[in-house]
Design a protein around this ligand. Structure first.
Ligand code: CA
Length: 233
């Protein structure tokens, strides 16, 4: 498959040794790479290109514009760019998820370059699948007016909350959403709800989908983190 992996990866990292190591491994795996070591140069560099890179490996702590700000900007302006955050501490991952930055994955330092390549490959595969029309593989459609979700043309009979959850997840295929993020989308009036409430709604939603598609697990739980909508096999 390596002959197909000509995806371009932007490495934003201010530690030259790490950047070089990651670049070497990615290029050895058939990717092309570009390295930027200053936060202020990232957005102008992407803007100047005909096409954004397929993937950005983004260090959190950078000189100039920091990784958090950059991830928000990138997500807003180039929604199809895959984004993997590089963080120095495991504890930061929880915080990042809470901030709803929409990264596709997180890698904690120190990491092995092999791990980075494996994660990059997985994220790019998911993002390609998400960019391809989802409809042929999963004929699931939402009617926002009637708040009706159809699976193979069959009404799933969702409650309003289940419908909202499904819609939020379908909006970001392959992306892990924390319970907190899902709660934010479900309850605009900021009622007090527990994360257990989210679990319970998701459970019912999955059961209703399983009634139509017993073989498919399109809503997956990610242990300790949250849930994601993953239409492809
Ligand atoms: Ca850094």
């Amino acid at each position: 498959m390596s002959h197909l992996d000509t995806d371009h990866v932007l490495i934003v990292e201010d530690e030259p040794k790490i950047a070089r190591l990651v670049a070497d491994y990615l290029e050895g795996s058939g990717y092309t790479t570009h390295h930027i070591d200053h936060g202020d140069e990232v957005l102008p560099w992407i803007e100047a290109r005909d096409q954004p890179p397929e993937l950005i490996l983004l260090d959190l702590m950078l000189p100039g514009t920091d990784g958090l700000t950059l991830s928000r900007e990138v997500r807003q302006r180039w929604p199809h760019v895959a984004l993997i955050m590089l963080t120095a501490r495991v504890e930061e991952v929880d915080r990042l998820l809470g901030l709803e930055l929409g990264a596709d994955d997180y890698i904690c330092k120190p990491f092995s370059p092999r791990e980075v390549v494996a994660r990059a490959r997985a994220v790019l595969r998911r993002s390609r699948a998400a960019k391809a029309d989802v409809a042929p593989s999963v004929p699931l459609s939402l009617d926002d007016d009637g708040w009706v979700a159809l699976a193979d043309g069959q009404d799933l009979g969702l409650t309003a909350v289940e419908f909202q959850l499904l819609r939020v997840m379908m909006h970001s295929p392959g992306r892990i959403l924390s319970r907190e993020q899902l709660m934010d989308h479900m309850y605009r009036d900021h009622r007090i709800v527990s994360e257990r409430t989210v679990d319970s709604h998701i459970k019912k939603l999955r059961r209703k989908i399983a009634d139509v598609w017993p073989e498919r697990e399109i809503i997956r739980s990610v242990y300790g983190v949250g849930y994601k909508y993953q239409p492809e096999e």
